[in-house]
Design a protein around this ligand. Structure first.
Ligand SMILES: Cc1cc2nc3c(=O)[nH]c(=O)nc-3n(C[C@H](O)[C@H](O)[C@H](O)COP(=O)(O)OP(=O)(O)OC[C@H]3O[C@@H](n4cnc5c(N)ncnc54)[C@H](O)[C@@H]3O)c2cc1C
Ligand SMILES: Cc1ncc(C[n+]2csc(CCOP(=O)(O)OP(=O)(O)O)c2C)c(N)n1
Ligand SMILES: [Mg+2]
Length: 594
């Protein structure tokens, strides 16, 4: 249903200043003002009928840069990547119907990793909702299970407050995506506008920040009495900007620490107290410490199934668990914990640190030394060793390790796609700083790599942004190479091209007796020519000795997007690996264990 001629005429009269309506704004203008008031600098989107008034309002302003992507999924991923790297709310704009359905994967990706986002979607005019109108879909219904909250704005008078609430909900408590669905007539109608609200109150939504003092004290006693303590941290430490507090805590206690895939960079990977990532593809030392510790401090981590493996195996060993999480529903969801602490990780760790400072009890130095000895014996297995000196074929790990060696002192962001390359990036690029490792963990969405990188490059133009991807994943949002050219966001793409959907092939080799059903990628494009066709630089790298020179050359081309097609060993597998249904210490360490 379209806007009527009469409505158009009255709106035109209003905007020309006729009558006494000069203080009135169209809904679309209110929306843009809300974004400006929230300090939004970038918005990724794609136009269509239902959002044309909003696009018109964008046309008339110059404080927010709109980035026209090539597919709505990428708009949401780019805004999500921006949010992950900066900590700000990422904003995307899509039209109704197919615009929204294309965005669904992006929204679900952000939801699973608790990323703060506001997604504005156009909707058919309010009077047409429910009438199978052109490009109508039930946005609120479709997105309900994959958002922290969603709104359908039925009256333009509610727009400003709805936007205020949307930003507040997205960034507070456990962050997450919020969808604001705006029918066309709501963006079109004029309303008196008296400014953007400066505060928001929601009776039913008041996330707790401060942890319970008594619980924190109990946790302290347990931690100081521990013989085999372990600190298990996750994405919540990054989301809560608490890396300094975590580092202080670990330094004070001298306890071993691990990060989940989502928490990498929360604690410096180059420090000896860091045992590496834990979980399905974690290190022996990280997983063994998890299984054998007597006191576990879990901070902003949600005991994911890829982390604890078989829950029955995990429960075999007695350990006391302290769990700090801002979301009460995360606590005791997958494993029963002994001391729950609901609160913001920064606040809770700050309080814990000051209690440790005041405490006269000290950690048991003797027990700790024994525990470290045991851990070092696990670490000496060097479970991430691989055929480093192979001169015939490029080992994928070698590409990542070389990149890390070359860029470890540079201002670098690494995004990845999903698959084996993602795990090698997590294992062999050692992240010392927070928000430098940007990937999809919870949903595991192939296709995020390029959009994440272009979102970050816009926010951090002076940083080097690399995407570690696979030839399968990269084709899921490859069209965004065009966006990279238009908006001058030069990124460096390292494709570990094994000609396989490698992670699928690995599972088929290990779990399905080598029946490689549809995991071989035939008829791949010539990626060098493809990159060139998009106006970028393409490189084909086939020999181990060419890896470093290629990366050096690509880095020199600062202002160009470079696609490096590394032909890697097609048979390489990710190790260590915990097979489905196994306990986290029952790890395969190499092909000899198959
Ligand atoms: C191919 C593949 C393989 C994988 N293998 C592994 C693996 O081997 N190891 C691994 O670890 N993961 C692996 N994953 C990722 C895994 O699926 C999960 O995404 C990940 O383990 C979850 O990390 P997390 O527990 O840190 O939780 P996140 O999803 O990062 O959740 C953060 C938690 O912190 C809380 N929180 C948020 N903000 C705050 C705050 N301010 N204060 C306090 N709490 C807060 C949230 O409520 C939530 O509970 C893999 C994924 C893929 C795609
Ligand atoms: C959108 C989507 N579809 C399917 C999958 C299942 N999946 C996980 S990894 C993978 C293979 C990825 O292949 P590639 O990008 O070449 O990476 P590789 O594992 O070879 O390094 C597939 C199909 C997924 N994670 N996401
Ligand atoms: Mg592949």
């Amino acid at each position: 249903m379209e806007i009527s001629k009469a409505e158009l005429a009255s709106a035109a009269a209003a905007s020309s200043g006729a009558g006494n309506t000069t203080q009135e704004l169209m809904g679309a203008e209110v929306l843009v003002k809300a974004l400006q008031a929230e300090g939004v600098q970038y918005i990724w989107g794609y136009p269509g009928g239902a959002v044309l008034y909003i696009y018109d309002a964008f046309y008339k302003q110059d404080t927010i840069q709109h980035v026209l992507v090539r597919h709505e999924q990428a708009a949401v991923h780019a805004a999500d990547g921006y949010a992950r790297a900066t900590g700000e709310v990422g904003v995307a704009l899509v039209t109704s119907g197919p615009g929204l359905t294309n965005a669904v994967t992006g929204i679900a990706t952000a939801y699973m990793d608790s990323i703060p986002m506001v997604i504005i979607s156009g909707q058919v005019p309010t009077a047409a909702i429910g009438l199978d109108a052109f490009q109508e879909c039930d946005t609120v219904g479709i997105t309900r299970p994959i958002v922290k909250h969603n709104f359908l704005v039925k009256d333009p008078k509610d727009l400003a407050m709805t936007m205020k609430k949307a930003f507040h909900i997205a960034r507070s408590g456990r962050p997450g995506p919020v969808v604001v669905d705006v029918p066309k007539d709501v963006s079109f109608k004029k309303i008196p506008y008296s400014g953007y609200p400066d505060k928001v109150e929601m009776r039913s939504y008041n996330p707790v920040r401060k942890g319970h003092g008594g619980q924190i004290r109990k946790a302290l006693q347990l931690l100081l009495a521990a013989k085999r303590p372990y600190i298990y941290t996750g994405g919540g430490v990054l989301l809560g900007n608490a890396t300094n507090e975590l580092r202080t805590l670990v330094d004070m206690l001298g306890y071993p620490v691990t990060n989940t895939l989502m928490g990498l960079g929360a604690y410096p990977a180059s420090d000896r107290k860091f045992l590496g990532m834990l979980g399905m593809h974690g290190t022996i030392e990280a997983n063994n410490a998890m299984q054998n510790c007597d006191v576990l401090l879990a901070v902003g981590a949600r005991f994911d199934d890829r982390v604890i493996g078989n829950p029955k195996h995990f429960a075999q060993n007695e350990r006391k668990i302290i769990h700090v999480d801002i979301d009460p529903s995360s606590i005791s969801k997958r494993v029963k914990v002994d001391i729950p602490i609901v609160g913001d990780v920064k606040d809770v760790l700050t309080e814990l640190i000051s209690m440790i400072r005041e405490s006269t009890t000290k950690p048991d130095a003797g027990a700790l030394a024994d525990w470290w000895k045991t851990i070092e014996s696990w670490r000496s297995r060097d479970c991430l060793k691989y055929d480093r000196d192979n001169k015939d074929v490029i080992k994928p790990q070698f590409v990542v390790e070389t990149l890390w060696n070359m860029t470890k002192d540079a201002d670098t962001y690494i995004t990845s796609d999903v698959g084996q390359h993602q795990m090698w990036a997590a294992q062999y690029y050692r992240f010392d700083e927070p928000r430098r490792w940007i990937n999809s963990g919870g949903l595991g969405t192939m296709g995020v790599g390029i959009p994440y990188a272009m979102g970050i490059k816009l926010a951090k133009p002076d940083s080097e942004v690399f995407t570690i991807t696979g030839e399968g994943s990269v084709q899921m949002c490859i069209q965004e190479l065009s966006t990279c050219l238009q908006y001058n966001t030069p990124i460096k793409i390292c494709s570990l091209n094994n000609r396989y959907l490698g992670m699928v092939r690995q599972w088929q080799e290990i779990e399905y007796s080598g029946r490689y059903s549809h995991s071989y990628m035939d008829a791949l494009p010539n990626f060098v020519k493809l990159a060139e066709a998009y106006g970028h630089v393409g490189m084909l790298i086939e020999r181990p000795q060419d890896v470093e020179p290629a990366l050096r050359e690509a880095r020199k081309l600062k202002d160009r997007t470079v696609f490096m097609d590394f032909r890697t060993d097609p048979t390489e597998n990710v190790f260590p690996m915990v097979k489905a249904g196994m306990g986290i210490t029952e790890m395969l360490l190499g092909s000899e264990d198959l």
